[in-house]
Write a protein that binds this ligand. Sequence first.
Ligand code: TPP
Ligand code: MG
Length: 458
Amino acid sequence: MGLLGMMNLSSWSSCFSQKQASLSGNGRIPHAFFCNRQTLFISRRFESVKADVQLGSLRAAGDPQVLNFPGGIVKFTPELKFLSDFPEERIHCYRVLDGSGQPISNNFVQIDKDVAVKMYKDMVTFQTMDTIFYEAQRQGRISFYVTAIGEEAINIASAAALKMDDIVFPQYREAGVLLWRGFALQEFANQCFGNKGDNGKGRQMPAHYGSNKHNYVTVASTVATQIPHAVGAAYSLKMDGRDACTITYFGDGGTSTGDFHAALNFAAVMEAPVILFCRNNGWAISTPVSDQFRSDGIVVRGQAYGVRSIRVDGNDALAVFSAVHVAREMAISESRPVLIEALTYRAGHHSTSDDSSKYRPIEEIEWWRAAQDPVARFRKWLEGEGWWTAQSEIEIRDHARQEVLHAIQVAEKVDKPAIREIFTDVYDVPPSNLRDQEKSLREAVDRHPQDYPPQFPL
Ligand SMILES: Cc1ncc(C[n+]2csc(CCOP(=O)(O)OP(=O)(O)O)c2C)c(N)n1
Ligand SMILES: [Mg+2]
C-alpha cells in the first residue's frame, strides 16, 4: 500500500527540534489569551470538483486517458485488477525507545527535564491510584472501577503534548490525562465515592470523571459517542479561529461502531482540527481485535477517509509525546484531522465487572506486564539522562501511596449528595415523568428506612 498522505515525522521534528517543550507550554493554568488568527479554509479537494474546471475540460473533450468525474480525475487502466485486501507489508510502528529504554534514533521531539520528570511522576501516581482504587472496589468501598494499567504512557505522554485550551473527549481509560491537567487525587476519590465533592453530584458511575475547569468532557459509557462530539467541537474551534484543537480517545472496540466511521469522514470533509487517538489495546472486553476487523489495524482507515495518520508504540512515552505534539501542530496550523493508532495492551481486566483470565492466557498478560511496562521503560530513559535515581523512585512511590490513601479516607467520610440532586441540573422545570420518578423514589425511601439511615440527605 502506498504511503501517500502519510507524514514523515523527521520533516516535522526538524521544525520543533529547537522548540523544547516546556512546562510553561503545558502548564496547568489555561491561557487567557486566544490567538485571534483568521480561520483558514484550506481546500484539499481534487481539482475537478470545481464546476468551471470540469465544464471547461468537458468542452475541450478532455484527456481520453482519464475520467473526469465529480469526485476527481481518475486514470484509466486496461488491467482487470482488484485492490489487495491486505498490504504486502503492515504499516510500521513509530518507536523512539527500545524495550530497555534506549533511544533507537534522534527522531523525536525533545523534552525538558522538568516536563519529563513530571511525566514520570504522574505515570507512577496514576499507576498507584489505579492499583489502590481497584483494591477499594474489591473491598466493597466503591461500586465499580476501571484501570488503565499498561496504558500509562498513552495517557500521560499524550496529555503532556497538548495545551490546556485543547478540549479532551475521553472514553473511560484516560483518567491520566485529567491527572496531568491538575485534577486532584481528592477529586478523583470524591467522584469514585459519589460524595458531595463530586462535580457530577454522584450521578455517574465511578471513574466517569469530567471537569469544565480542565477542558475534560465527562466520560460517557456508551462506546464511541464521544468521537462525533469531538469532531463537531473541533469544527467549532476552527470557525472561531481558536488556537486549539480537540482530542478524542477511543479503543479498538470504539472503531467497530458506526459513530467512529461517521466521525472520521465528517472530520475529513469538514477539515476539523481534531486528533483521533485510538488506543488499540487488543481487546474490547472479551472480543479480540481479530474478531473485530480484518484491516491492518486502525491506522489504514485514515487514508481510506482522507485523514493523515500514524501508528505508534503506545508503550513508548517519547513516541506518543512526539506523535501527539506533531499531530497537534498539523491539526491547528493546517486545519485538518489526524488519526493516531497507538499499539498497546490492556494489561488489566476490562473493569471490575470482568475476569479476563476466562478468555485470554495468563502468560500473555504477564508478558505484557513484565516486558512491555511503559512506566519502567520511561524510567530507564530518565535514569540514562541522569534525571532519576533509586532514591527518587522510593520517594515518589511512597508519596503517591500516602496521597491516594489519604484521598480515599477523606472521600469516604464526606456526605453523599441529597436525593433531590438526582433530578436537578437538566431541566429548568422538571417534566412530569421526572416528578413521578422522584415521588416514587421518596416512597421507596419511606418504605425501606433500614436502607436509608436518618442522616441520609434527602
Ligand atoms: C454503544 C455501546 N455498546 C456496547 C457497550 C458495552 N461495552 C462497554 S466497554 C466495551 C468495549 C470497548 O472496548 P474498546 O473500545 O476497545 O476499549 P477498551 O475497554 O479496550 O479500552 C463494550 C462493548 C457500551 N458501553 N456501549
Ligand atoms: Mg480495546
